[in-house]
Design a protein around this ligand. Structure first.
Ligand code: FE2
Ligand code: FE2
Length: 263
């Protein structure tokens, strides 16, 4: 079975005709399922674009959200909307709400993740993300408060992933995890290199990385495959013998297929 994967498609930068062309590109890959690893659009248009993909692509769509999906919105509202969409539309699955889905011989799970300000140099970084203006929960926060909030968001994501991942590995030898933010420094590809300490804090979710590494170590007979995006740079890294992370390529305005997994 073919899992066709795309990430950081940022459909809000495309015309309706370009969105349609991207859907046709997905369809041409003969997908048995679609995996989308976040930054699909922005909060006000997210549902509309998801429904547009579902109308064109004849395969179930499994997705997680990225930071951009909350732009011009707030965390709770967008998540509630995606949970409702998942409940009412069988074609669309926001993975934190859907839970685990069998795919071929493997099990598919997903958690959004968050750049959690742990790796690199969060205190010294001069990077200013649009997240901190455009996501209501993060706007207007004083620097130290914001960093604490980002770490709490990463911890929350990791706490949700942990039981689901361990349960998956108890019953399946092959587990695919969808997430938005690269969970390891080594997976944080940007323009062919690992990001520097200025960007790493916002380009990695260390809390989720810890959960993944612990789970892989505790289940040596199982294989874990992680699909992520966020940095828009492509790369693959073998973190453990049984834990591989694929970071998908992306370019604003030109969504592509990041990969196809056969299971
Ligand atoms: Fe992105
Ligand atoms: Fe992102």
């Amino acid at each position: 079975m073919r899992l066709v994967w795309a990430t950081d498609i940022h459909l809000n930068f495309l015309s309706d005709a370009e969105v349609l062309a991207f859907c046709q590109l997905l369809e041409r890959q003969r997908p048995d399922a679609i995996a989308l690893t976040g930054d699909l659009a922005e909060a006000p248009s997210l549902s509309r674009y998801l429904l547009a993909i579902a109308a064109e692509v004849h395969a179930p769509i499994y997705f997680v959200l990225g930071n951009h999906d909350f732009y011009r919105g707030e965390l709770h509202g967008v998540r509630a909307q995606m949970a409702e969409l998942t409940r009412t539309d069988s074609r669309l699955s926001w993975m934190p709400a859907r839970g685990a889905v069998p795919f071929g011989g493997s099990l598919l799970i997903g958690q959004d993740g968050w750049g959690d300000g742990r790796l690199g140099d969060p205190e010294g970084s001069r990077v200013e993300l649009n997240d901190w203006r455009l996501i209501r929960d993060l706007a207007g926060l004083e620097r130290a408060v914001r960093l604490a909030k980002l770490r709490a968001l990463g911890d929350e994501e990791a706490a949700r992933l942990r039981p689901r991942l361990w349960d998956a590995l108890a019953h399946h030898r092959d587990v695919i995890v969808l997430t938005h933010v690269p969970p390891f420094r080594e997976a944080c590809w940007h323009e062919g290199q690992v990001s520097n300490d200025q960007w790493l804090p916002w380009f990695t979710c260390a809390a989720i990385g810890q959960v993944l590494a612990e789970a892989a170590d505790a289940h040596p007979a199982c294989r874990l495959t992680v699909l992520c995006g966020h940095t828009h740079g492509a790369g693959t890294v073998q973190i453990r013998e049984n834990l591989v992370v694929h970071t998908g390529a992306a370019e604003y305005g030109t969504p592509v297929v990041a990969g196809v997994l056969e299971r």
